[in-house]
Design a protein around this ligand. Structure first.
Ligand SMILES: [Cu+2]
Length: 422
């Protein structure tokens, strides 16, 4: 029996079996469906089915089956043509070459779409001096890499298209060319050197600041804890005092060491308020795990580590009000976020940062309470300040883990919070 006969007999026999099975199955399903429709007329809720993993696994298997069937059908088609001594039915080299070309066109459109649609979603203009430098570096790198990316991809895919296999053409053997080697070694080396040196210089200007005696930075201390930020301002002396983790108690939650007199005027704050065009130096650390001190609008990010202080100094250049006008959003606010996945409440670690004029800042800071209170004074044997005759009732501790609800200076509130965290 010839191959031709074998294929035709087997194919037909196979098709007949599949057709019979299909007809039988569909008729059974049709009968069942008709019976079901007759008894209950209610529609099936597909919601839970679309949410189940099994549905997508089955869908994937079905897709694989479909691809396999199409592949087998094409193979049978090819074998039939070979058996009949006919020329190749499908030129796969041409198919692949056209697919390469299509991939290039669709891919380039995808790049255009990414840059235009998602490009609009990037952060607004940098609101700090160094942030503007970082953005400049980012843009230069993006422009260079985009040019190289598009150029190399057009070359790669067009070569694959134009130089697909052709039986009438022999490839030109061209093993080596020193000039080309030099060009494609030296140019990338130069471009990369410029980018690296530029990055190094920018990095140094950010982390090695020269203090201007006429414009000294405002020192602010930020302590991270699962899942809140505690903010301390330096008080009139401009110095945030020392702390010691061994001194952490329910009352002294940050472990402030009051033997250091710089601590006596330090103030707590619910929000971070900073004056515009004045350098701000943040001293950052953590009480428990590693957190990430992240202020995207100022292009600031540094880790908050337990047992080790890190510092970040920057100068904000745009007030919150001005930025609201720039982005045309009256609800816009600068944020301090945690950029490390530090636990289940990580998403909740945010604080509002308000950039204001120097006058607004000067007024705001006078209203912030000191960290030290009479309970702490007693604990550290410091003179207690006389309370007013009828003290105002203390505000009740805010329930819930809202980040702005933590970090007040009241020992009672701190105790409650600590109990909650424990
Ligand atoms: Cu965190």
């Amino acid at each position: 029996m010839s191959l031709k006969n074998l294929i035709s007999k087997k194919t037909f026999a196979g098709l007949a079996v599949m057709l019979t099975a299909f007809v039988n199955t569909t008729s059974v399903f049709a009968q069942e469906a008709a019976a079901a429709a007759a008894t209950t007329a209610k529609t099936v809720d597909m919601g839970p089915i679309y949410k189940s993993t099994l549905f997508y696994v089955l869908l994937f298997l079905l897709l694989c089956l479909f691809v396999a069937i199409v592949g087998k059908a094409l193979r049978v088609y090819e074998l039939t043509r070979t058996a009949q001594d006919k020329p190749e039915g499908i030129n796969w080299d041409t198919v692949n070459a056209v697919l390469f070309l299509l991939f290039l066109i669709v891919g380039l459109y995808g790049v255009y779409w990414e840059y235009t649609v998602h490009g609009k979603m990037i952060l607004p203009e940098a609101a700090s001096v160094d942030g503007a430098e970082i953005d400049k570096m980012f843009n230069i790198t993006l422009i260079i890499t985009t040019i190289v990316f598009i150029g190399t991809h057009i070359l790669l895919f067009l070569f694959s298209f134009f130089y697909k296999y052709n039986a009438n053409r022999r490839a030109y053997f061209y093993p080596h060319n020193n000039t080309i080697e030099k060009i494609w070694t030296i140019i990338p080396a130069l471009v990369l050197s410029v980018l690296v040196v530029m990055g190094f210089i920018t990095w140094r200007t950010i982390f090695y600041k020269v203090v201007d005696p006429n414009n000294k930075p405002l020192n602010i201390e930020v302590t991270a804890q699962q899942f809140a930020w505690y903010v301390r301002y330096p008080g009139a002396d401009g110095v945030v005092g020392l702390k010691n983790y061994k001194m952490v108690t329910g009352l002294n939650t940050l472990g402030i060491d009051f033997k250091d007199k710089n601590n006596l005027d330090d103030q707590n704050a619910e929000e971070i308020v900073i004056p515009v065009n004045k350098p701000v130096r943040f001293a950052i650390n953590s009480k428990d795990v590693i957190h990430g001190f992240y202020m995207p609008h100022f292009r600031v990010q540094i880790l908050a580590n337990p047992g080790m202080m890190t510092y970040f100094e920057f100068t904000p250049t745009i007030t919150t009000t001005d930025m609201q006008a720039k982005v045309n959003d009256p609800a816009f606010k600068y944020l301090l976020l945690c950029s490390q996945i530090c636990g289940s409440g990580h998403y909740n670690m945010q604080r509002t940062v308000r950039v204001v004029s120097q006058e607004e800042y000067d007024e705001w800071i006078t209203q912030q309470p000191t960290y030290i209170n009479n309970d702490l004074r007693k604990q550290f044997n410091l003179p207690v300040i006389a309370e007013p005759a009828t003290p105002a009732p203390a505000p009740a501790p805010t329930p819930g883990p809202g980040p702005d609800s933590l970090g007040t200076d009241s020992g009672a509130v701190r105790k409650t919070d600590l109990a909650k965290l424990n």
